[in-house]
Design a protein. Sequence first.
Length: 220
Amino acid sequence: MAEGGRRNPDIVLVEVGGGEGFGFTYLSPEDFDYAADHFLLPAIKYASLDINDLDQRRTVSYDFLARYFSKPDGKGFFRENVRWIAAAAVREKFREDAEAGAMPRVVTISRNTGDGGIAIRPGTEYLEHPGYPLAVIVGKPSAGGGPAHFFSDRESYEKTGQSTPNQEKWLPQIVFRLYRQTPSVVMGMPKQGKDGDMAVECRALAFGRDAKLVERAGTA
Protein backbone atom coordinates (compact mmCIF):
# COMPACT_ATOMS: atom_id res chain seq x y z
CA MET A 1 0.00 0.00 0.00
CA ALA A 2 1.44 3.34 -0.98
CA GLU A 3 0.52 6.72 0.41
CA GLY A 4 0.84 10.15 -1.20
CA GLY A 5 3.69 12.47 -0.31
CA ARG A 6 6.12 9.81 0.90
CA ARG A 7 9.69 9.47 -0.41
CA ASN A 8 11.02 7.05 2.23
CA PRO A 9 9.72 3.97 4.03
CA ASP A 10 9.21 4.15 7.78
CA ILE A 11 10.75 0.72 8.10
CA VAL A 12 12.37 -2.01 6.00
CA LEU A 13 11.98 -5.51 7.42
CA VAL A 14 14.62 -8.02 6.29
CA GLU A 15 13.71 -11.62 7.12
CA VAL A 16 16.59 -13.88 6.17
CA GLY A 17 15.23 -17.19 7.47
CA GLY A 18 14.09 -19.01 10.55
CA GLY A 19 12.14 -15.98 11.71
CA GLU A 20 15.30 -13.91 12.15
CA GLY A 21 16.68 -10.82 10.44
CA PHE A 22 16.60 -7.05 10.85
CA GLY A 23 14.16 -4.18 11.10
CA PHE A 24 15.60 -0.89 9.85
CA THR A 25 13.97 2.48 10.42
CA TYR A 26 14.46 5.64 8.33
CA LEU A 27 13.19 8.87 9.86
CA SER A 28 13.26 11.10 6.77
CA PRO A 29 13.98 11.06 3.03
CA GLU A 30 17.44 12.46 3.83
CA ASP A 31 18.14 9.67 6.32
CA PHE A 32 16.98 7.08 3.77
CA ASP A 33 19.04 8.54 0.93
CA TYR A 34 22.10 8.87 3.16
CA ALA A 35 21.90 5.18 4.05
CA ALA A 36 21.37 4.10 0.43
CA ASP A 37 24.18 6.29 -0.92
CA HIS A 38 26.56 5.16 1.81
CA PHE A 39 26.51 1.75 0.14
CA LEU A 40 25.71 2.55 -3.47
CA LEU A 41 28.19 5.32 -4.30
CA PRO A 42 31.32 3.38 -3.25
CA ALA A 43 29.98 0.16 -4.81
CA ILE A 44 29.35 1.88 -8.16
CA LYS A 45 32.78 3.50 -8.08
CA TYR A 46 34.55 0.26 -7.16
CA ALA A 47 32.84 -1.59 -10.04
CA SER A 48 33.59 1.26 -12.49
CA LEU A 49 29.92 1.60 -13.37
CA ASP A 50 27.86 4.62 -14.38
CA ILE A 51 26.13 6.18 -11.36
CA ASN A 52 23.47 7.61 -13.70
CA ASP A 53 22.59 4.24 -15.20
CA LEU A 54 19.49 3.12 -13.29
CA ASP A 55 19.79 -0.49 -14.44
CA GLN A 56 23.36 -0.70 -13.15
CA ARG A 57 22.38 0.89 -9.83
CA ARG A 58 19.59 -1.65 -9.41
CA THR A 59 21.82 -4.57 -10.40
CA VAL A 60 24.54 -3.67 -7.87
CA SER A 61 22.01 -3.21 -5.07
CA TYR A 62 20.27 -6.51 -5.78
CA ASP A 63 23.59 -8.34 -6.15
CA PHE A 64 24.84 -7.34 -2.72
CA LEU A 65 21.46 -8.09 -1.17
CA ALA A 66 21.62 -11.58 -2.69
CA ARG A 67 25.12 -12.03 -1.29
CA TYR A 68 23.84 -11.18 2.17
CA PHE A 69 20.95 -13.65 1.89
CA SER A 70 23.38 -16.31 0.66
CA LYS A 71 25.74 -15.85 3.63
CA PRO A 72 24.03 -13.67 6.27
CA ASP A 73 26.75 -14.45 8.81
CA GLY A 74 29.54 -13.97 6.32
CA LYS A 75 32.52 -11.68 6.82
CA GLY A 76 31.70 -8.11 5.90
CA PHE A 77 28.00 -8.20 6.74
CA PHE A 78 27.00 -6.43 9.93
CA ARG A 79 24.03 -4.38 11.09
CA GLU A 80 25.04 -1.05 9.62
CA ASN A 81 26.09 -2.10 6.15
CA VAL A 82 23.07 -4.41 5.79
CA ARG A 83 20.95 -1.35 6.63
CA TRP A 84 22.68 0.57 3.82
CA ILE A 85 22.28 -2.29 1.31
CA ALA A 86 18.60 -2.70 2.23
CA ALA A 87 18.00 1.04 1.75
CA ALA A 88 19.69 1.00 -1.66
CA ALA A 89 17.78 -2.05 -2.88
CA VAL A 90 14.44 -0.63 -1.72
CA ARG A 91 15.12 2.81 -3.19
CA GLU A 92 16.06 1.38 -6.57
CA LYS A 93 13.08 -1.00 -6.52
CA PHE A 94 10.58 1.76 -5.69
CA ARG A 95 12.36 4.67 -7.39
CA GLU A 96 9.37 5.72 -9.49
CA ASP A 97 7.04 5.43 -6.48
CA ALA A 98 9.37 7.58 -4.38
CA GLU A 99 9.61 10.22 -7.10
CA ALA A 100 5.80 10.32 -7.16
CA GLY A 101 5.68 10.61 -3.36
CA ALA A 102 4.15 7.15 -3.06
CA MET A 103 6.81 5.08 -1.27
CA PRO A 104 5.26 2.30 0.86
CA ARG A 105 5.46 2.97 4.61
CA VAL A 106 6.53 -0.62 5.28
CA VAL A 107 8.71 -2.68 2.93
CA THR A 108 9.62 -6.33 3.45
CA ILE A 109 12.59 -8.21 2.03
CA SER A 110 12.47 -12.00 2.21
CA ARG A 111 13.05 -15.16 0.22
CA ASN A 112 10.53 -15.86 -2.49
CA THR A 113 9.04 -19.24 -1.60
CA GLY A 114 8.26 -19.93 -5.24
CA ASP A 115 11.71 -19.82 -6.84
CA GLY A 116 14.09 -19.20 -3.95
CA GLY A 117 14.82 -15.67 -5.12
CA ILE A 118 14.45 -12.52 -3.05
CA ALA A 119 11.18 -10.60 -2.89
CA ILE A 120 11.10 -6.86 -2.12
CA ARG A 121 7.50 -5.79 -1.64
CA PRO A 122 5.16 -3.48 0.30
CA GLY A 123 4.49 -4.98 3.74
CA THR A 124 0.73 -4.44 3.68
CA GLU A 125 0.16 -7.05 6.38
CA TYR A 126 1.99 -4.81 8.86
CA LEU A 127 -0.68 -2.14 8.41
CA GLU A 128 -3.46 -4.49 9.55
CA HIS A 129 -2.30 -4.92 13.20
CA PRO A 130 -3.61 -8.36 14.21
CA GLY A 131 -3.16 -7.61 17.92
CA TYR A 132 0.22 -9.27 18.38
CA PRO A 133 3.64 -8.30 16.97
CA LEU A 134 4.59 -9.68 13.59
CA ALA A 135 8.09 -8.33 14.28
CA VAL A 136 9.92 -7.59 17.53
CA ILE A 137 13.04 -5.50 16.97
CA VAL A 138 15.95 -4.85 19.30
CA GLY A 139 16.52 -1.16 18.69
CA LYS A 140 14.68 2.13 18.49
CA PRO A 141 13.56 4.29 15.57
CA SER A 142 16.01 7.11 16.24
CA ALA A 143 18.93 4.64 16.18
CA GLY A 144 17.93 3.03 12.88
CA GLY A 145 16.53 -0.25 14.23
CA GLY A 146 18.39 -3.51 14.68
CA PRO A 147 18.06 -7.32 14.92
CA ALA A 148 14.51 -8.60 14.53
CA HIS A 149 12.45 -11.68 15.36
CA PHE A 150 9.50 -12.39 13.05
CA PHE A 151 6.29 -14.27 13.80
CA SER A 152 3.97 -15.70 11.15
CA ASP A 153 1.03 -16.24 13.51
CA ARG A 154 -0.13 -15.68 17.08
CA GLU A 155 0.72 -19.22 18.12
CA SER A 156 4.40 -18.89 17.22
CA TYR A 157 4.62 -15.52 19.00
CA GLU A 158 2.96 -16.82 22.16
CA LYS A 159 5.14 -19.94 22.17
CA THR A 160 8.26 -17.78 22.04
CA GLY A 161 6.81 -15.29 24.52
CA GLN A 162 6.25 -18.03 27.08
CA SER A 163 9.72 -19.54 26.61
CA THR A 164 12.77 -18.87 28.74
CA PRO A 165 14.79 -15.85 27.58
CA ASN A 166 18.38 -16.34 26.42
CA GLN A 167 21.12 -14.19 24.95
CA GLU A 168 19.84 -14.64 21.40
CA LYS A 169 16.14 -14.10 22.10
CA TRP A 170 14.88 -12.13 25.09
CA LEU A 171 12.82 -9.17 23.86
CA PRO A 172 9.78 -11.15 22.62
CA GLN A 173 9.47 -12.67 26.10
CA ILE A 174 9.52 -9.22 27.71
CA VAL A 175 6.96 -7.83 25.25
CA PHE A 176 4.71 -10.84 25.87
CA ARG A 177 4.92 -10.37 29.63
CA LEU A 178 4.21 -6.63 29.45
CA TYR A 179 1.47 -6.38 26.82
CA ARG A 180 -1.76 -8.23 26.13
CA GLN A 181 -2.25 -6.50 22.77
CA THR A 182 0.22 -4.66 20.51
CA PRO A 183 0.56 -3.09 17.06
CA SER A 184 2.32 -5.17 14.41
CA VAL A 185 5.85 -3.96 15.25
CA VAL A 186 7.35 -3.49 18.71
CA MET A 187 10.87 -2.19 19.27
CA GLY A 188 12.81 -2.31 22.53
CA MET A 189 16.16 -1.25 23.93
CA PRO A 190 17.85 -1.92 27.27
CA LYS A 191 18.20 1.16 29.44
CA GLN A 192 19.45 2.04 32.89
CA GLY A 193 16.56 1.75 35.34
CA LYS A 194 16.09 3.16 38.80
CA ASP A 195 18.66 2.24 41.45
CA GLY A 196 21.02 1.04 38.75
CA ASP A 197 18.81 -1.86 37.63
CA MET A 198 18.52 -2.65 33.97
CA ALA A 199 15.18 -2.05 32.28
CA VAL A 200 13.78 -2.14 28.75
CA GLU A 201 12.28 0.81 26.90
CA CYS A 202 9.62 -0.35 24.41
CA ARG A 203 8.14 1.51 21.45
CA ALA A 204 5.25 0.23 19.32
CA LEU A 205 4.87 1.34 15.68
CA ALA A 206 1.40 1.76 14.16
CA PHE A 207 2.39 3.40 10.82
CA GLY A 208 -0.40 5.93 10.95
CA ARG A 209 -3.12 3.31 11.46
CA ASP A 210 -5.38 2.58 14.42
CA ALA A 211 -3.74 0.04 16.71
CA LYS A 212 -3.89 -0.69 20.43
CA LEU A 213 -1.11 -1.19 22.93
CA VAL A 214 -2.74 -2.81 25.96
CA GLU A 215 -0.76 -3.66 29.09
CA ARG A 216 -1.34 -6.88 30.97
CA ALA A 217 -2.92 -6.46 34.38
CA GLY A 218 -0.33 -5.92 37.10
CA THR A 219 2.56 -4.95 34.79
CA ALA A 220 2.20 -1.17 34.89
